[in-house]
Design a protein around this ligand. Sequence first.
Ligand SMILES: [Zn+2]
Ligand SMILES: [Zn+2]
Length: 268
Amino acid sequence: MILSDYHMHTSFSDDSEATMASMIKRSIELGFHTICFTDHMDLDFPIEFGGGFIFNTDIYSRHVERLREKYADQITVLCGVEYGLRPYLKEQFHTLTKKNNFDFIIGSSHLVGNIDPYQKEYWEGITEEDGITKYLEAIYANVQAYDDFDVYGHIDYAVRYAPNQNKNYSYAKYADIIDAIFTTLIQKGKGIEVNTAGYKYGLGHPHPQTDILKRYKELGGEIITIGSDAHKPEHIGYEFAKVEELLRSIGFEYYTIFEKRKAEFIAL
Ligand SMILES: [Zn+2]
Ligand SMILES: [Zn+2]
C-alpha cells in the first residue's frame, strides 16, 4: 500500500484554505506514514491572473518544523515545495533552493509564457493540438534549463482544461516532445510524479496518463513519486489504490520518496 503522499497544498498556497494541522490529522486517520507539503511557489505570476502564488519560506519552514516535532510519533511530516518554473526565472529559483532546506522539490509548468492553460483565453485562437504541444514544449524548456527540482509535476496538466480534455490525447500523438522531456529528465537523474488529481478532473487517468507512464518506463525511467495534489484534507491519498494497481500493471516495482532531497525506493 502506498502510504506516502508527496503533493499537497495548504493555506500557504493562494488556492487552498486548509491548515497544515488539518492535513496532518487527516493523513494520520488514513494511516499514512509520510506526507510532504508542497505549497505553490510561482515567481512572477501574472498580475492579470491574480498574481500571488508565493509565500514566505522562513515562516513556512518554521510552521512545518513545529508540526513535524508535534506529530513525530504518529507521522513523518516533510517540507517540500512546488515550483512553477519558467526558464528566465532560473537564477531566482536557484537562490531559493540554496537558501532553504527543502526535503523535496516538484518542478511544474503552470504557465506557457504568461498564461495558464487553466484560463479559457489560453485555448482561444489555437487548435487543441497546438495548445497541448505548446504546454509540453514549455515543460521541455524547463527540464533543459533547471536542475533545482527532484520530479516533474503533473506532466499533462494542460489536458485537464483542453476543450475535449484527453479524448484526443495520446502518447503517439505527442511522441517526439514527450520522448525529449523524458530523455532529458532521465539523463539528469530526475523523476516524474504520478499525480492522482487527473482522476478528480474526470480524465480516468492520473497525470501523466497510462500510455505515457508506459513510455517513461520503456525509456528507463525509474523515479516516480505519488501525489494527490490535495488542496483539502478530503483529497489526501485520492485514488492511491487505483494508481498502485496501474503502476504494477505497467511493470513498476517501486515508487520513490524523498527526504533532504535524497531518493529512497519503496516496493509497491
Ligand atoms: Zn501544479
Ligand atoms: Zn500542486
